[in-house]
Design a protein around this ligand. Structure first.
Ligand code: ADP
Ligand code: MG
Length: 715
């Protein structure tokens, strides 16, 4: 029997002879404490020595990898207009060259005479002498017994590759064999190495192909563990026998039917399909647990209201939770008129019926109103409660919560979802989460893998495409403000989004106030400007939004509080200042505020360039360029993933033992899908498949947090 990961995690790294107290301290700095941590400190990459070049043979302009020894290193202070730099002389036995680092002053201390290093970069001639500027450099420590392929470990401070190599080699030797948790059929299907070989080869490959095969197995393990947790969570929800079989009937039910017939427009085909799908979930005795993904403006609200009404028509209550007050208020404002005239049975009423009662609850709801609202909610007299996090507080109790909708899911965590669901008491309300943030498919499988997914991939008809301009020269900026004035002259309205101020709502508000004043005095003098930011009292916010909605204001100067939910079809121009400071997802959300009516809409992105109109960086050019090129949210999401990596998508959700160290949602798309497929097949329809694979079950049980373990594994 080989060793399990759990067993390795119980052995301290200091038990290894190669780990002296000094090395142990260095390892602790990179979070390596036990033997498993050490074995999972994977090489950052491998150097293929069969492709090693010699300094003397490299021609100017040619790229190459050389192994050399440091002769000298010195810091050259800035002189005149020059920048400070570190110059390192290295020699490989054939010739020497100067390696120059800009903006890395610490290199002068790090690289000492006599150290073996590998250097990868492009050779130049500088005043006739060989040099490489800012190459990739790795410390090898002592270079004895280097094989053909040299693993390079993440380096930090004094921790060298050779210290890690020695410790890892000893750990592997002592571990001998690893326990193999996967059945051989799975190894075959996915075409991966067994775990023992994978761990040995990732740290000491005999060819690049072997290194990649080892990586594939260990990356697959990471993805599979995550998917197993998600699939187990999904099956655990489904096992709950406390769901509510809502009544739907052949026609969707009385309220839903009346509601849909009263809409001033035809539903799109995808909306109709989504509602049918939701009603199928709602009528089942298993609690619904579904994600509705739809780009801004795709009409998710109607679908959500149909779900809520499905519960209400059977005498249950519904809740709609939004991440901000502005959005909650906006939801209330858009939902109320849609429900006008719809009635529910009420024995206490003279006519045996009353209008569907929709109420708002946020942390700003006055105490007096709250004192009246909460008892009414507990008596079942409120049919739909719209609100923010305030819905989660203890005092909020429903009489019979039947359906919960959570908007902009990415702003809420799994725990908050669960807290709202728990408001159901004896029964588990059906849950619909919505997001307008498009996520690439494989990423969605990982972030929302415990939910069923429905996508609204069609916009309602009559939308006009948005033309986007990156206004990077002063002339372009003039044109942008001109476009605002023209639109207003033609009876349209506009948004100006103020520069993003990091980390402080207060500063953000101050900057919005200043920008509002500046625009009123300059570029937009004479127009009716309104101001909206997060620090305003909610009554003021509401008043401004109402005036803008009624066309009493021409331009709304706002912070990102308008990012989600604001819906004014007459607004056709958006100017985003310092657009380079915003992420792609946020720019896309902001832009979605225009293009909602029949008039042609335009979006101007300001900033991201220097005085001469040159992009500030490649990354900025790619980000803003993507905005100009497409309005397709999924395409932008792919670009975002390329540019920023997955950290931003996974956020804090995948911290800890189930971290992705090797796997990448970007590069390993096929492997993600494969891991998901395998997870479903191993867990099985009944959720108990892992009982037949005790080693795997124990590993996953050890990974999830103990509070969740009970819930996932006992039923
Ligand atoms: P989002 O998905 O961004 O939440 P909304 O639900 O706010 O989108 O819908 C955006 C706008 O489109 C609203 O004004 C809504 O009334 C309108 N709308 C929704 N469905 C349709 C449809 N099928 N035809 C025309 N307009 C629609
Ligand atoms: Mg919406």
């Amino acid at each position: 029997m080989g060793r399990s990961l759990q067993a390795l995690a119980e052995r301290s790294a200091t038990e290894l002879e190669a780990v002296s107290p000094k090395v142990a301290d260095l390892l602790a700095k990179v979070e390596v404490r036990n033997v498993l941590d050490l074995l999972m400190l994977y090489p950052r990459r491998w150097i293929d020595r069969t492709r090693e070049a010699r300094i003397a043979d490299l021609r100017p302009g040619e790229e190459g990898l050389v192994m050399a020894t440091v002769r000298a290193a010195r810091l050259v202070p800035a002189r005149g207009r020059g920048r400070p730099r570190v110059e390192v002389v290295v020699h490989d036995g054939t010739a020497s060259m100067t390696v120059t680092f800009f903006n890395q002053p610490w290199r002068a201390k790090q690289l000492r005479s006599g150290m073996p290093v590998t250097v990868f970069g492009k050779l130049d001639l500088f005043r006739g002498a060989r040099q490489m500027v800012n190459p990739v450099i790795d410390l090898l420590g002592d270079s004895a017994d280097l094989g053909a392929i040299v693993p390079i470990y993440p380096q930090s401070g004094d921790l060298t590759t050779s210290m890690i190599r020695k410790a890892v080699a000893e750990a592997l030797r002592r571990t001998r064999a690893f326990e193999e948790p996967l059945p051989p059929t799975v190894l075959d299907e996915v075409d991966v190495l067994d775990r023992t070989r994978a761990f040995h080869l990732i740290h000491g490959p005999d060819s690049m192909a072997a290194a990649h095969a080892a990586r594939k197995r260990l990356a697959f393990d990471e993805l599979l563990r995550l998917q197993l947790i998600l699939v187990l969570r999904k099956r655990a929800y489904e096992r709950s026998a406390r769901g509510i079989p809502h009544t739907v009937g052949g026609d969707g039910g009385r309220l839903v039917k009346t509601f849909l017939e009263s809409l001033p427009f035809e539903l799109t085909a995808t909306q109709r399909r989504a509602i049918a799908r939701l009603q199928k979930d709602l009528s089942s005795p298993l609690p619904m647990h579904r994600l509705l993904q739809g780009d801004v403006g795709s009409g998710k609200t109607i679908v959500a209201v149909a779900a809520l009404l499905t519960a209400v028509q059977g005498g249950w209550q519904g809740a709609l939770m939004a991440p901000t007050e502005v959005l909650a208020e906006q939801h209330l404002l858009s939902i109320r008129p849609l429900l006008a005239g719809l009635t529910v049975d009420d024995e206490a009423s003279l006519f045996g019926a009353r209008e569907v009662n929709v109420r708002l609850l946020t942390s700003k709801t006055p105490a007096k109103e709250r004192a009246e609202l909460l008892p009414a909610l507990a008596r079942g007299e409120v049919d739909i409660l719209v609100g923010t996090h305030a819905l989660l507080t203890e005092q909020v109790g429903f009489a019979s919560l039947g359906c919960v909708v959570v908007d902009e899911q990415h702003k809420f965590g799994v725990e908050q979802r669960a807290a709202l669901r728990d408001k159901g008491g004896e029964t588990d309300p059906d849950l619909l989460v919505m997001t307008a943030t498009p996520i690439p498919r494989t990423a969605a499988m990982t972030v929302f893998g415990d939910l069923d997914v429905t996508v609204l991939d069609e916009l309602p008809p009559g939308r006009t495409p948005i033309e986007t301009v990156w206004a990077h020269t002063p002339m372009d900026v003039e044109i942008a403000w001109g476009a605002v004035r023209q639109a207003v002259a033609a009876g349209r309205q506009a948004y100006v989004v103020c520069p993003l101020v990091e980390d402080s709502e207060k500063l953000q508000a101050t900057s919005a106030v200043a920008e509002h004043e500046r625009l009123a005095g300059h570029d937009l003098a004479g127009l009716r400007l309104g101001l909206l930011h997060g620090q305003m009292p909610s009554t003021d916010k509401e008043a401004v939004m109402t005036r803008f909605r009624h066309g009493e204001l021409d331009v709304l100067v706002a912070t990102t509080v308008i990012e989600v939910g604001v819906d004014v079809p007459n607004a056709t121009v958006m100017v985003i200042e310092d657009a380079d400071r915003f992420g792609l997802a946020q720019l896309h959300q902001l832009r979605g505020r225009v293009g909602r009516g029949a008039h042609v809409s335009r979006c101007f992105l300001l900033g991201g360039a220097d005085e001469r109109g040159q992009p500030l960086s490649d990354e900025v050019a790619q980000r803003l360029g993507a905005m100009v090129r497409t309005t397709d949210g999924f395409e932008l999401a792919e670009v975002d993933l390329e540019l920023r990596g997955e950290g931003t998508i996974l956020g804090s959700r995948q911290k800890g033992r189930s971290d992705l160290k090797l796997a990448s949602l970007r590069r390993d798309k096929a492997l993600v899908a494969e891991a998901r497929r395998v997870a479903f097949s191993l867990v099985g329809d009944d959720g108990h498949g892992l009982d037949r694979l005790p080693a795997l079950k124990a590993e996953v049980e050890w990974l999830v947090d103990p509070a969740e373990s009970d819930y996932l594994f006992k039923s």
